[in-house]
Design a protein. Structure first.
Length: 68
């Protein structure tokens, strides 16, 4: 079984250097990985670590290809 690590908002902020409000704005615009609810009906959410790393890599690739 593959291990999937979940990250809370503060960890996502640290990895991406983006503000909390901007992360949620990008999520709403489908430009950032979607969060997943940790408990049905609850307010706590997290992000899949591999999806955050893929987002970061995509930004680096866009920069290198002159798409920024």
């Amino acid at each position: 079984m593959t291990s999937t690590r979940l990250l809370r908002i503060k960890q996502v902020q640290q990895l991406t250097s983006l503000s909390k409000s901007y992360i949620y704005q990008l999520c709403n615009q489908n430009q950032f990985p979607k969060s997943i609810p940790l408990v049905k009906g609850g307010t706590a959410v997290a992000w899949v670590e591999s999806e955050i790393f893929a987002f970061i890599e995509s930004r680096i690739k866009a920069r290198d290809e002159g798409e920024v």
